[in-house]
Design a protein around this ligand. Structure first.
Ligand SMILES: [Zn+2]
Length: 260
């Protein structure tokens, strides 16, 4: 009988997420409102969890939950990179115009509380990409007081209602709390297939890399700031300078090449 069927993990760092689920916490940098060098460092350092022996038993109810892959960079040999934009407080019209002009595939990780009546902006912005889940209130998932069921499952319902499709990627705010049992359990319960982080950030027109440079499959993190158009131009420049092309994250995370 297959008691445990850990899914293939499309994670650049090779983290055994099944066992990472059992980790009780992470050393986490203080919450920051925007991408920063610390955020890049945290994204890379966070999932270093030792490989445990296969000793989980059926007596442990946590073992019944499947692993949720954590992705920092998509495993692909295609010359592509992925532009993702977080939060949703500001809706920069110039950014939308730029996305439309380039027909740019972007993934919007939205916090449900920030959308309100402006869903149309994000619908247009993600014409060639997709809308995904970035919590309800932007509370840190590492905070024991955070209601993870609300943050993950309420936002799934709200985003589904606003955009007509249910998100299946989750990016916890600040990249924190990804291995908490409550995160994984609620993500599984509410139709999340992938936890998606990043390996590069773009802020104030500057690109910072977690691993020195962009590589095929790199995921760039931007934010919905008043300067989003400038950051998008910087991201596209960096992607092209690396010999890559922006591509749709949703298409690649569903591609067989990612399931290795
Ligand atoms: Zn955020």
């Amino acid at each position: 009988m297959a008691l445990l069927r850990p899914r293939a993990i499309a994670v650049a760092t090779g983290v055994p997420v099944l066992f990472a689920v059992l980790a009780t916490g992470l050393a986490i940098a203080p919450a920051q409102p925007r991408a920063s060098a610390d955020e890049v460092t945290a994204a890379v350092a966070a999932p270093v969890v030792p490989i445990a022996p296969f000793a989980v038993t059926m007596a442990d109810p946590r073992a019944l939950h499947r692993a949720i892959p954590v992705v920092h960079r998509v495993r692909t040999h295609d010359p592509v990179a992925f532009i993702t934009i977080d939060d949703g407080v500001h809706k920069d019209p110039a950014a939308l115009a730029y996305v439309r002009r380039l027909r740019l595939p972007v993934t919007a990780f939205l916090s449900a509380w920030t959308i309100k009546d402006r869903a149309g902006y994000f619908t247009a912005l993600t014409t060639w990409g997709s809308v995904q889940n970035h919590s309800a209130t932007h509370a840190s998932f590492a905070d024991r007081k955070t209601d993870l069921a609300y943050e993950i499952c309420y936002s799934q319902r709200a985003l589904s209602r606003d955009f007509g499709t249910t998100p299946w990627m989750l990016r916890p705010p600040y990249g924190e709390g990804i291995h908490r049992f409550g995160t994984v359990m609620n993500a599984e319960r509410c139709d999340i297939d992938q936890i998606v982080l990043w390996d590069a950030t773009v802020h104030d027109g500057r690109v910072q890399f977690a691993n020195g440079r962009l590589r095929p499959g790199s995921i760039l993190l931007l934010h919905f700031t008043p300067d989003l158009a400038r950051d998008l131009r910087a991201a596209v420049r960096a992607v092209r300078a690396a010999g890559l092309t922006p591509a749709s994250l949703a298409e690649y995370l569903h591609a067989p090449s990612s399931a290795t």
